[in-house]
Design a protein around this ligand. Sequence first.
Ligand code: NDP
Ligand code: A1CAB
Length: 279
Amino acid sequence: MKKLAVIGAGSMAEALISGIVENKLLSGKQIWVTNRSNEERLQQLNEQYGVSTSYNWEEILNDTDLIVLAMKPKDVASAVEQCKHFLTKEMLIVSVLAGVSIESIEILAEKSLAIVRAMPNTSATIGKSATALAANENVSSSQTKLVKTLFETVGLTTFVKEEQLDAVTGLSGSGPAYIYYLVEAMEKSAVEIGLERELAKQLIVQTLLGAADMLSKTTKKPEQLRREVTSPGGTTEAGIKVLETHGVQKAFINCIQEATAQSKRMGESLTAELTISKG
Ligand SMILES: NC(=O)C1=CN([C@@H]2O[C@H](COP(=O)(O)OP(=O)(O)OC[C@H]3O[C@@H](n4cnc5c(N)ncnc54)[C@H](OP(=O)(O)O)[C@@H]3O)[C@@H](O)[C@H]2O)C=CC1
Ligand SMILES: O=C(O)[C@@H]1CCC=N1
């Protein structure tokens, strides 16, 4: 890969750029970044990673092997409209947009393209993303290898069917937020039960790291690991009883289902808009 273009310069774009630069897949200079209008943000990315920045589509997309679409889903139509004349079938387009189908991007670009839809998460910032990828039939085997290598610089990478990406979005794309939500509750309670904030933070983070490692390094199921913590008549049993009374596990199941449904709805509303506007 000689040149990469990143359209959109938010948190997901930065997570990918930092992984690529730190792993020396490309030098900062070989990465061209643009956004809608926030010049200060482009300047910041340039200073931090040495990336090239521009608002000139020809300069950004000319001779580019790979283009990452990293704007919000609501902005994809205007972004693709602006750059579609520079897109060719030889370029690999990688979209990280939640809910936006490969077909919608082709409809917006008004041509058949090599497209990979990706769903990473923000842990990409520290090389720990869980990323799922789905490619269309125009993606060559060398492009498949390239996109896999690219996302491996920011964590674990796996291929799925495109129709599974809404579920991936609801589970692991949004997943870090569910864990942070739990940590917020743990921190609030820690202060109330008499622990200093800093000490509580250390204990919580190590508890999460330890539990994650146990899940990854033992063959035991989560339920078994939970039972091993839960002594009969003990503290965990007393605590979990409260969670069960409040239906917390069911609430998490509903949360993931709703996030998945929202990803689907976002895709469907774009498809409906495209059907109306393009006839
Ligand atoms: N955040 C997350 O946890 C995850 C996000 N995603 C997906 O990643 C995408 C980006 O999310 P995130 O980084 O959080 O978003 P941000 O809001 O942080 O960034 C969006 C960026 O898109 C730019 N942009 C908007 N319109 C255009 C345009 N027409 N042309 C060029 N650039 C444009 C914005 O520029 P400006 O600032 O100038 O307006 C901004 O730089 C979303 O589609 C989301 O679904 C996927 C997985 C996880
Ligand atoms: O909330 C969102 O829509 C994006 C997609 C996955 C995580 N954040």
